[in-house]
Design a protein around this ligand. Structure first.
Ligand SMILES: Cc1cc2nc3c(=O)[nH]c(=O)nc-3n(C[C@H](O)[C@H](O)[C@H](O)COP(=O)(O)OP(=O)(O)OC[C@H]3O[C@@H](n4cnc5c(N)ncnc54)[C@H](O)[C@@H]3O)c2cc1C
Length: 441
């Protein structure tokens, strides 16, 4: 009943040195390492558990421009192109397809918001179609009901979360990069104030550049280095049903339920925005930073349980580099599903598409989504420690924009013109005020 994920082989011994060490092999880490390896750099990617084991396999797979905040739209557009480029150049499959994304609604307010976004998107050259009732009902015919309207985003699509990060990791290995699983980075070493090495549980790799793409663990890692990164996770639950391919459109979103085809013969079912907020010390510490974010979403968030404390990713403890760390105690963050939410998901999915009721539930899982206070990623070199580059806080959108984020990090590291303006992502913005600047999702 676990989340489907392809496993890959670990590269043998750790290298003594590398041009860049990437910490964390989610979608952001693997694409960062792949773009660097393509530029001829010697890259080592270290992962405490398995490639893609956390958020990057647990998501729905949406790769969208539709309804993106203006700060993320350029990187979303570039990412769609890069998903295709990756498959062409590497010969590996991530399951990416520009299948189009279908949004359906009977709510006038929601339809008006989508129409406004489409007007804005056209000014950015993004193709998207506002649907009237006839077209929406026709495209959503699998639901067997009439819809007031909707949106169809023909150039957006989905990739398969179970295949994507492992496929990119294999491509890194083909280019001569190394991928080390069950290898937690415990910390970094500095010389003259700048990065000189990454200390892992299996030894130290000498390097002038360390990229932290550690997802939900990033803030805690940064705290050891005296870097303040406000980050909070929410726990979201998903279930999958086995259905023959083509039974439903690849990706349908309604306010009640979101249905997405996965790479295997299943569709994932989930409710957009609904999640549990598990109390932790880290959340208390950054409570003030997150007030606007959680106030904007209070209807869909509810207080969870002690799962966040048990998982250890938001602990406040300090650790030594010569002893096992919390990352080695929790190889893969695999939180409990919220059974009450799963019941609602199943009921709503059957209500939307009755055929789902006749099929087997093939899997269910939960994932911690790592958020920043404004819902925009934190990407860039940390001024305090030259050579230490942050790429975390993807705030629930990081799978689709993973390729663009990886490219941007590779650009910043290799000193070439960045693929998009990096300004909106600067990690230092959290030391200024991001109040009231919460992204529209
Ligand atoms: C239920 C759900 C639905 C979602 N739906 C979508 C969607 O449809 N579209 C979308 O774009 N996004 C979606 N997201 C968000 C998306 O999955 C994430 O934003 C994205 O996967 C983040 O990628 P990442 O590489 O930053 O982090 P992760 O995938 O979490 O990877 C971080 C990795 O770092 C490793 N790590 C951490 N610390 C260390 C260390 N010290 N040493 C070594 N390794 C370390 C971890 O083990 C982990 O494997 C969803 C998320 C969830 C949970």
């Amino acid at each position: 009943m676990r989340v489907p994920l392809t496993r890959i082989e670990t590269t043998g011994a750790l290298p003594a040195s590398a041009d860049v060490v990437v910490i964390g092999a989610g979608i952001v880490g693997v694409f960062t390492a792949w773009f660097l390896a393509k530029r001829g750099m010697k890259v080592a990617l270290v992962e405490k558990g398995v490639v893609g084991g956390e958020q990057s396999s647990r998501n729905w797979g949406w790769c969208r421009q539709q309804n993106r905040d203006a700060r993320e739209l350029p990187i979303a557009t570039e990412s769609l192109r890069l998903w295709e480029q990756f498959e062409r150049e590497s010969g590996e499959s991530t399951g990416f397809r520009r299948s189009g994304l279908l949004y359906l609604s009977n709510d006038d307010g929601e339809l008006a918001r989508w129409t406004d976004w489409c007007d804005f998107a056209r000014t950015a050259g993004v193709k998207t179609h506002v649907l009237g009732s006839r077209e929406a009902s026709e495209r959503g015919r699998a639901t067997g009901r009439e819809w007031k309207g909707g949106v169809f985003a023909p150039t957006d699509g989905t990739a398969d979360p179970g295949q994507a990060a492992p496929a990119v990791a294999r491509a890194i290995q083909k280019l001569g990069g190394t991928v080390h699983q069950s290898c937690a980075a415990r910390g970094i070493e500095t010389a003259g104030g700048r990065v000189s090495g990454v200390v892992t549980e299996h030894g130290t790799i000498r390097t002038p550049v360390a990229v932290l793409s550690g997802g939900a663990w990033a803030s805690m890692f940064c705290r050891q280095l005296g870097i303040r990164l406000p980050q909070a996770t929410i726990r979201s639950s998903v279930m999958a049903v086995s259905l023959p391919r083509g039974t439903l459109p690849d990706a349908i979103h309604t306010a009640g339920i979101t249905v997405t085809r996965r790479g295997d013969n299943s569709y994932s079912l989930a409710i957009s925005g609904i999640a549990r907020l598990d109390p932790t010390w880290q959340k208390m510490r950054y409570a003030r930073d997150f007030l606007p974010m959680f106030a904007a979403r209070w209807r869909s968030l509810s207080v969870g349980n002690t799962e966040g404390i048990r998982s250890g990713h938001e602990a406040m403890q300090r650790w030594r580099l010569d002893r096992p760390t919390p990352m080695e105690r929790m190889r893969v963050l695999d939180p409990c599903v919220d059974n009450a939410t799963l019941k609602v998901i199943h009921r709503r999915a059957i209500d939307l598409c009755p055929i789902i009721g006749e099929k087997r539930v093939s899997a269910s899982w939960a994932g911690y989504i790592d958020m920043t206070p404004d819902g925009v990623p934190a990407i860039g070199e940390v001024a305090q420690i030259p050579g230490f580059v942050l790429a975390a806080g993807l705030s629930g959108h990081g799978f689709g924009i993973g390729p663009g984020c990886g490219h941007l990090v590779a650009d910043l590291v290799s000193g070439v013109t960045p693929i998009v303006d990096p300004q909106p992502y600067r990690p230092e913005r959290f030391d200024e005020s991001v109040w009231g600047k919460v992204a529209n999702f």
